[in-house]
Design a protein around this ligand. Sequence first.
Ligand code: SAM
Length: 288
Amino acid sequence: MTTTTSQAGTTVLRTEYQRSVANYWNTNRKDPVNLRLGEIDGLFHHHYGIGDYDPSVLQGPAATRDERIIAELHRLETAQADLLLDHLGPISAADRLLDAGSGRGGTSIMANHRFGCAVDGVSISEYQVQFANKQAAARGVDDQVRYHFRNMLDTGFDTGSRQAIWTNETTMYVDLFPLFAEFARLLSYGGRYVCITGCYNDVTGGRSKAVSRIDEQYICNIHPRSDYFKALAANNFVPITVVDLTPHTIPYWELREQASVATGIEEAFLTAYREGSFHYLLIVADRV
Ligand SMILES: C[S@@+](CC[C@H](N)C(=O)[O-])C[C@H]1O[C@@H](n2cnc3c(N)ncnc32)[C@H](O)[C@@H]1O
């Protein structure tokens, strides 16, 4: 069952589309690629990895090969979140952060561990919110890390209350203009926004077949690269760093293709990245 309103009575899911996305994350609970990796150290990610994999994981005893691949995939996904957090700028223990589209919560836990500050995560999946709050409680950080059933387009948090906000693979579920308007409202002047996302390449033309397959699999709407910069500029965000992570994520997909936890979407990602119709981008911008 997908609930539409929060406990406070505010409407979280406003459209049929948002209800279908929430339903996907509420019901798609058992994907081993997310659960088995997270069980390694209790950091549950719903994003992809970066960096070269250790080829020795493919060698050695066959009986433990899969375990080695899974541990390596998890290491690369945690490295991705670490890279995102590296770009948040100076954060003190007194600051408040927002993880917009927080999934099962791994990146928020890592941010709290690194900076010692309060982090709020929001997701439109009630199941994920409950799951992530349990993880925070199990780690004893639930006084500082809290997950909420809220919509990132309209979070209800106080204006100017955030020093930094990030989205880790969530922007393809929303229109970027109202999203960045909400982030501009939440950030104080000079506050920072960090985004890791997949986007399609304006230069090669419209949405390729492989990109359309990814959209279909995740019920999302991958934006062109240009939309990010138009929507940032329209909302008083000035980019300071843009990194094309595409070459750094391809090894993750090559390894994942060989894992028992592969879901079948690996080929679409590899095709899209290799043909240049899709990029994996890190965008860092300051609120002015
Ligand atoms: C691919 S997962 C990424 C999760 C997390 N950022 C991570 O890195 O593990 C996408 C997330 O976006 C959330 N999401 C999608 N649309 C949303 C919206 N309008 N408001 C809040 N969360 C949303 C989903 O519920 C899901 O948690």
